[in-house]
Design a protein around this ligand. Structure first.
Ligand SMILES: *Cc1c(COP(=O)(O)O)cnc(C)c1O
Length: 243
């Protein structure tokens, strides 16, 4: 059983890495600049450990309650845990210590709460600003219009290190349809690089199982991949494509 899982994960990870390399090459980019975050939500920590043994060092989780036991179980030096899901400000105190970054900062209120707890713990917390580029009501994130003003205020918080932006593209049948969303995030980033110059704005976290190749062509530096690595997710006995 375990050997099969190991083999399956090895195949999946190799395939994802090959696709990342091919997409980078199409865009004339270096694949080394693209970080693979394996999204381990709903997945047992044993599979995280297998992925780690296969060379994956970055993991993403979207629910605090599910993530905390896994991180407590497995957080050796060189493993990085990313919070990628919507976070209520009153849970900020729970994520600052265990997580290595929060990619889903979508409000000033949340940023201030994270900043306060990070300062208390003497930690500089790397964050990304989550932008709802597509404007879908179901998606979290600040609007592109409010991003510059929020970016300026969040960048001024001393215990947060703003590294860039994150977005989730709409679910579409053809990944090509997500391309304008990725392009728009990159253009917004370029704008912020000019307007809020004391942050690097280097990181663009965009692209998931169905659309990471396109996201890389549009400049993604971080791809967040769940199903292509760990297989379809099972929620309470139901297999689904939904995030
Ligand atoms: C679940 C999730 C992912 C990974 O989705 P897959 O389609 O399984 O690759 C990426 N980002 C976020 C924010 C998620 O919630």
């Amino acid at each position: 059983m375990n050997e099969n899982i190991h083999e399956q994960l090895a195949t999946n990870i190799a395939e994802v890495r090959a696709n990342i390399a091919a997409a980078a090459q199409r865009a004339g980019r270096s694949a080394e600049k693209i970080r693979l975050v394996a999204v381990s939500k709903t997945v047992a920590v044993e599979l995280v450990k297998i992925a780690y043994n296969l060379g994956v060092t970055h993991f993403g989780e979207n629910r605090v309650q599910d993530a905390l036991p896994k991180i407590a179980d497995f957080h050796p030096q060189g493993v990085y845990w990313h919070m990628i899901g919507h976070l209520q400000s009153n849970k900020a105190n729970k994520v600052v210590a265990p997580f290595d970054s929060v990619q889903s900062v979508d409000s000033l209120h949340l940023a201030q709460a994270l900043n306060r707890h990070a300062a208390e713990q003497g930690k500089l917390l790397p964050v990304l600003l989550q932008v709802n580029v597509s404007g879908e009501a179901s998606k979290e994130g600040m609007t592109p219009a409010e991003a510059p003003a929020l970016a300026r205020q969040i960048a001024a918080l001393p215990a947060l290190e703003v590294l860039g932006m994150m977005t989730i593209a709409p679910l579409v049948a053809n990944a090509e349809k997500a391309r304008p969303v990725f392009r728009a995030l990159r253009e917004l980033r370029d704008q912020l690089q000019n307007e809020v110059p004391h942050c690097s704005w280097e990181e663009l976290s965009m692209g998931m199982t169905d659309d990471y190749r396109i996201a890389i062509e549009e400049g993604a530096t971080i791809v967040r991949i769940g199903r292509a690595i760990f297989g379809e997710r099972v929620y309470k006995g139901v297999t689904t494509h939904e995030t």
